[in-house]
Structures are given as C-alpha cells and as structure tokens.
Design a protein around this ligand. Structure first.
Ligand SMILES: C[S@@+](CC[C@H](N)C(=O)[O-])C[C@H]1O[C@@H](n2cnc3c(N)ncnc32)[C@H](O)[C@@H]1O
Length: 643
C-alpha cells in the first residue's frame, strides 16, 4: 500500500513544470540527454524560429521572471467544502470558491484542465484606487490566511495600489501575469477568455495576453459603452467606454454570430417554399473580384431572355462570379439563382443573384457594444436583489448574456469561469440565460474574502448585510448571498424552469495533510503530528474533496456512502475513488472491509479502475494493512493508498 505524503506529487496540485517538460520531451525527444534538456539541440531543431537578438520585442517589467515562476509553483492549499453555505449541495454542478484566485487556479488545474469553455474576468482596473493582491513568493498561502483573518483575529485591509507607489504598473502586471497564465490551461481547445479593462491598463493587458495566449489568438477588442461619461474634471476626454479583450485558446476558434434584429430581418423581402430570403450579387465584389484573380470563374451565363451575360464590374472591367460553372449549375437546379433586370449606363441589363435564407442566419458581432445595458442598469440589478447598493461597480448581466451568445452559439452545455467574481454578476447572467434557453451551462466563481471596511461609507451597506446574515464581513459573503437571492428570483420568474439554481461553496485553506516541519520549536509535537498525517481539526469531507482535487476529479462528482464492516466508506464518481477514513482498522476488520469494498465497486463499475484510500494511522499494525491491500489487489483494485 503506497503511503501518500505531503511531498508526494499525487497529493500536490498540478506540477506545471513537470508537465511542460513532458510535453517538450514528447515533441523533441532528441533534445534530451539523460532526462536533461540540451538547449543547443533544441535551437537547431527549431531553426529560424529562435530569437537570438538581445533586444527582443515584448513587454518587460521588474519581477516578470518571478511572476512566471510563481505560476509554476504548485499550491500547498486545498478547498474545504461548506455545504451549509451552499444551495442544493447534493445536486448542483456550480461552484463558488472563496479564496485568492491564484491559489485556487492552481488547485483547479488537475480537475478542470481543458474543461472550461468561457472565462470572463473583470479584474481591478488599476485606476489608483484599487487594491492589487500582494502575492508572496515565499509563502503565498500564509499571506492569504493572514490577510483574510485566518491566522489572527482580524483580517488585514489590503492597501490600495497608488500611482505614487513607484511600482504602479509593475504591481498590477505581477498580479495579473501568473493568473492569466494558469487560466489558459483550464480552457477547452475551443475556449475563449474575455478580460474587462479600461484605459489604465488596456495596453499592458493586451501585451501580456498576446504573450500568454499568442497574438494570433486575439479575436478582438470589444468597446463597451458604460452609459455615462465620467471624468468630468479630468481636463482630458471623459470616459464613456471600457473594453473587453477577447482571446481564444486556439487560433482557429471562431466566435458565434448574433441573432438578427428587426432591421436586419427587413432585408429578407423574398419568400419561397424554403422561407424568407434575401439576395446577393452573383458577381464577386470587394477584394479579389477580377477575372485574373480566379480565371475559371469568368464564364458566360444565359439570362432569362436568352442573352449571354458575363461578370462585368462598374466601368466595364472584367470581373468574376462567386463560384465556378459546376456550382452555378447546382444552384440553378436547386432554385437558388434569381435574375433581375437592372439599369447600367442608361440601359436595362440582366444580372444574376444568389439567394440566402433568413432561417438560422446570424450576424458577425460588431466590436462596438453600445446597444446593451450599461453600468447604471448593473447597479439597479443588484439593488433589486439587496434593496440597496451592496457592491461598487458591478457589471450588467446583459454583458454576460452577450458574451455567452458569441462563445456558445447554440451549444447549451459548458463551464463558465469568473475568477474575479465580485458580486457574482457572471453567475446571475448564466442562470438567467440557462432559464431562458433551457440550457445547462455551469459556472465556477472565485472571489477573495476581501475584508469589508464598515467605516467606509460605500462599504457600510455590505457590512450590514453580512451582520444580518451573521456572517463575517467580507466580499465573498456578498457574492454567495447574491447567488442565493438571484436563484430565488429566477425560480420565481421562471417557475417552469427545473434546471440548476444551486452552487457548492468551497473555501481555500491549507492542505488537510500535515507537512513534516522539523524547524518547529516543539519537536516532540512535530513528531507526534507527523504520525497522524491528517490535521486534527479537519473532517472526512475536507479530506475527500482534497483527494478529488489532487486526483483530478470534478468537485461536483456524485459521492455515496455505505457502512461496510462498521466503517463508513465513500464511493466517488461511481467507484473511481473509494475512501475509508475510519480511525481504527484491526486485523479482523481487514478481510470483511476489503471484500465489502470489492463487492460495492463491482456493483457500480465492474470494468472500471479505482483508487482506494485509507487513513494510514488507522491500521492496528502492518499485518492489517498488508492483508487489506493484498485482498483488494487480488481482485483488481491495484491502486491502494494510505494518507
Ligand atoms: C471589479 S470587481 C469584479 C466585479 C464583478 N464583475 C461584478 O459584476 O460584480 C473585482 C473583484 O475581484 C476581487 N479580487 C481581487 N483580487 C483577487 C484575488 N487575488 N483573488 C480573488 N478575487 C480577487 C475583488 O475583491 C473584487 O471583488
């Protein structure tokens, strides 16, 4: 039975460096000698693609190397389940995670790599009034616990990143870089990331996104009208727009079109048995419209009066049709060609057109979004739920709806992630859209339990809401409460919708597994603690969900319990993982426990593999442990682990 320790890769969040090396090795095995990379060989294999000049194109700032490194360091934390703070814990597929998003993104790497179809984030714009999370390179998790009041009585207020700090853009870039880097791994191959930003960091955000996602994956920059012009006393131009940068994971991914509006539909004047249609000149217009561009598409056609028609452009130059003679024949036979008489140079001439139908047609989204709700509506939406202004500067749900439309098109399933969740607009946008379309899209939100300062007038309302709920005063509580209230509103407004309105709440914390720390003052206690690997203040459920994360299973996978040989056994994902965290397993227990587990596994998934996990300190002696592992392994359950 393999004993898992805190340093074991199986118990850690994904090791991105190891994965990078593995990928490089499989692409360029000849560049490795005895497991080490030979850069010279790699350079030769890559030929002209290697940039050797000293002055390279790209964005540089102090700390960039460390920011890159920070993304590669695995997290030592875990996510602890909070069923009491959740809605429909047993059935929901949505997640609301309270924590610093960098740690959380690292923890999600194994379970959600390649699974997220859309990411939307609205990070601090760095206007001089925002705080920017102070990552700590030595111990990021301890910093988090200190700031959120989990290491002392009171949480610390994070200080604002001001322009006078001397590291204004640097701090922001250092914060954003590793997060954007980690987020990319989570996207599906056809996944899209949207990043809201304004003038303060638009240029920097574009450059780091170009670097991390690839300039060829830039799908556009949306200019979003915010609704009112701010900055009246700025002396320069006021601001009435912000931006949403859009990148795909793969350069070939296309955004979906938007439904046509009434004005667009007016263009579809024709109607036949197949429905409403409009027509397009058969002669190619715009680029590459000349005979010499496609000589095979310059050929004569017979007009209804028997005359011969060639593709002739304005002024008389030789142009070309949109397709060759074969395809023209097919279109003619399927009644797709319309001939009209038009006037040219004072003469009536015949001109061919090709039909296109209204049904199923969408239009390319314009990058100017001034036709959706602005920020005022966003505040009203929040006020409708809380009766007051519970959060400053939320985004409108209409923005989320439109982003979902152009990402998903007709697709009704997929995961949407927002790791700067704020008040939780993204989640409300997802459930409202799901209810409208009977869709099953899931959301994952991450929000820092940023301490609410009740002495600040703007935050006093949020503090009051937390007090009323008897919850700690922090922003993640506001997020959760919005999700609960939004779910009730949707249930009321769409009583026939029977989709998912719940969420599972989790909180970032240190791992449930003790690390061996010989530097501690009380060495005796350290020794005792190391005998019991699982921290004494943690429950079975905490350990179960840490296992899910570290073995790469979805946090919403079904979990069942059974008592076998008087011990509680959990079966996760129909037997993919079977866990017994009983604190005592004697020699006599070993056989009935093993046989019961085998039987249950067979019932659930006879052919499937399983990992079986026990608490290491539970075994009365080595015999109990060896017997139990041997019986399981004889019956095909090879992966037996202890914690
Ligand atoms: C501009 S707000 C997002 C507003 C959101 N779009 C809405 O409509 O309510 C940015 C949020 O990111 C959160 N945040 C900042 N740094 C974070 C971090 N390191 N981890 C998680 N959340 C963070 C802040 O607390 C803030 O609530």
């Amino acid at each position: 039975m393999k004993k898992l320790t805190a340093s074991d890769p199986e118990t850690k969040s994904a090791d991105v460096v190891a994965e990078n090396i593995e990928q490089l090795m499989s692409l360029f095995p000849e560049a490795f000698t005895e497991g080490k990379l030979d850069f010279e060989v790699l350079k030769q294999l890559l030929g002209g693609a290697v940039e050797e000049r000293e002055e390279k194109y790209g964005l540089k700032w102090h700390g960039k190397r460390r920011a890159r490194q920070l993304a590669l360091t695995p997290s030592t934390g875990t996510l602890r389940p909070c069923p009491d703070e959740s809605v429909d814990w047993d059935t929901t597929q949505n997640l609301m995670i309270e924590g610093d998003n960098l740690e959380v993104l690292k923890l999600l790497q194994k379970s959600y790599a390649g699974k997220v179809k859309m990411i939307y984030i609205d990070p601090p714009y760095n206007t001089g009034n925002d705080f920017v999370y102070p990552d700590n390179y030595e111990d990021n998790l301890a910093t988090y616990l200190r700031y959120t009041g989990q290491l002392s009585e009171e949480g610390l207020k994070l200080s604002t990143n001001t322009e006078a700090s001397g590291r204004f853009h640097t701090n922001w870039l250092n914060m954003m870089y590793p997060r954007l880097r980690m987020a990319r791994n989570l996207l599906t191959n056809d996944g899209i990331i949207f990043v809201s930003i304004d003038d303060s960091e638009l240029n920097n955000a574009s450059l780091i996104l170009d670097e991390i996602y690839g300039a060829e994956c830039f799908r556009g920059c949306i200019v979003r009208a915010t609704g009112t012009t701010t900055g009246q006393d700025s002396g320069g131009l006021g601001q009435s727009f912000d931006y949403v940068l859009c990148y795909s994971r793969d350069p070939d991914t296309q955004l979906h079109g938007l439904p046509l509006d009434e004005d667009d539909e007016k263009r579809f004047q024709g109607e036949d048995a197949k429905g409403k249609f409009s027509v397009l000149q058969l002669r190619k217009t715009g680029n590459a419209d000349r005979r010499e561009d496609r000589p095979s598409m310059f050929y004569p056609l017979k007009a209804p009066d028997g005359s011969t028609v060639f593709p002739i452009g304005p002024g008389g130059y030789e142009s070309r049709w949109r397709f060759g003679p074969e395809k023209y024949k097919e279109n003619l036979e399927s009644d797709m060609i319309v001939w009209k008489q038009v006037e040219r140079d004072g003469k009536e001439v015949w001109q061919p057109y090709v039909k296109f139908y209204l049904e199923g047609r969408t239009k390319r989204p314009s990058p100017l979004w001034d036709d959706i709700d602005g920020n005022k509506k966003a505040t009203i939406e929040l006020r409708e739920l809380f009766g007051d202004k519970a959060f400053s500067n939320p985004k409108p749900t209409a923005l989320i709806h439109r982003l979902i439309q152009i990402t998903f098109g007709e697709q009704i399933e997929g995961v949407i992630l927002d790791f700067f969740a704020g008040s939780g607009t993204t989640a409300q946008g997802v459930i409202v859209q799901n209810a409208a379309q009977s869709a099953r899209r899931r959301y994952i939100l991450v929000q820092l339990p940023e301490v609410i300062d009740s002495s600040d007038k703007a935050q006093a309302i949020a503090a009051g809401i937390c007090d009323k709920l008897k919850r700690p005063r922090n922003l993640a509580e506001i997020t959760k409460e919005r999700l609960r209230r939004a779910a009730k509103l949707v249930a009321k407004e769409k009583p026939l919708f029977n989709g998912d309105l719940g969420f599972r709440a989790f909180k970032l914390d240190s791992s449930n597994i003790n690390t061996w720390d010989p530097d501690r003052e009380n060495l005796g206690q350290a020794l005792l603690d190391s005998m019991e690997h699982i921290k004494s203040d943690r429950e079975d459920n905490d350990v179960l969900y840490e296992l899910l994360l570290k073995l790469g299973l979805d946090l919403c996978v079904p979990i069942e319990q059974r008592t076998i040989a008087k011990k509680v056994v959990h079966s996760i994902g129909a037997g993919a993982l079977m866990v017994c965290l009983a604190t005592k397993i004697s020699r006599d227990d070993a056989e009935p426990l093993a046989l019961g587990i085998i039987e249950w596994h067979k019932q659930q998934n006879p052919a499937g593999e399983s990992t079986v996990v026990f608490r290491d300190s539970a075994f009365a002696d080595d015999v109990a442990k060896t017997n139990l592992a041997a019986i399981l392994q004889q019956h095909g359950l090879e992966n037996v682990r202890s914690l």
